[in-house]
Design a protein around this ligand. Structure first.
Ligand SMILES: [Fe+2]
Length: 202
């Protein structure tokens, strides 16, 4: 007898302060999109289970397509959790002399992590800037990821996720004002969250 788990994911609630340059309505719209991903992750798991139970062989093609789709929903869920968690608490700066700051200096020299992320964020197109730690090589990587289910660095812990899809800012800004949204992101980010993520990798 095949055993299926009934495990489901629950949308997280984020303890967000009032953000500067990112409106409440923008946050609300974006959180609703996040919750949609969580719902779809659960839906795909449920559908695969139901289709397999009903007729595994007859539904094989549909099941394999749902499995292909899983990464889109899962990464959409998890990336938004990384994103919103970064605004929790209150805005803090990167601590001078911290382990993360040392790693940044080793990788990017005189360029601050914020300046480097801004440089990568200047890439044309929609997507994400993702900063990863690679503990096996004692280094960092900052990557532009177009679609969150494609082009992520396998197994590397995520330190920072900057959502640059239009839905992240279009309530407040038009696409030509993307830079203003990036400014707002850095005005509100709690670097303490990023430091903690890094510390967990060393
Ligand atoms: Fe988003």
């Amino acid at each position: 007898m095949v055993h299926f788990t009934d495990m489901t994911y629950t949308a997280k609630t984020f303890n967000l302060p009032a953000l500067q340059g990112i409106s409440e309505k923008q946050v609300k719209v974006h959180l609703a999109l996040y919750e949609g991903y969580v719902k779809s992750v659960n839906l795909i798991m449920e559908k695969i289970q139901a289709l397999k139970s009903a007729d595994a062989e007859g539904n094989a093609y549909i099941i394999s397509e749902l499995r292909r789709r899983f990464g889109f929903e899962f990464d959409g869920m998890r990336m938004h959790e990384y994103y919103f968690e970064q605004f929790e608490g209150s805005q803090t700066s990167l601590i001078a002399g911290s382990a993360l700051e040392k790693a940044v200096m080793q990788k990017y020299g005189d360029q601050s992590l914020e300046a480097h992320i801004r440089e990568v964020a200047g890439s044309r197109g929609s997507g994400w800037v993702v900063v990863y730690a690679d503990p096996s090589a004692d280094t960092l990587h900052t990557v532009f990821v177009n679609d969150h289910e494609v082009g992520q660095l396998a197994g590397l812990p995520i330190l920072l996720a900057l959502d640059l899809w239009e839905h992240a800012y279009m309530v407040d800004y038009v696409p030509a004002e993307k830079k203003n949204y990036i400014d707002a992101f850095f005005t509100n980010i709690n670097w303490g969250v990023v430091e903690k993520r890094f510390e967990a990798t060393i």
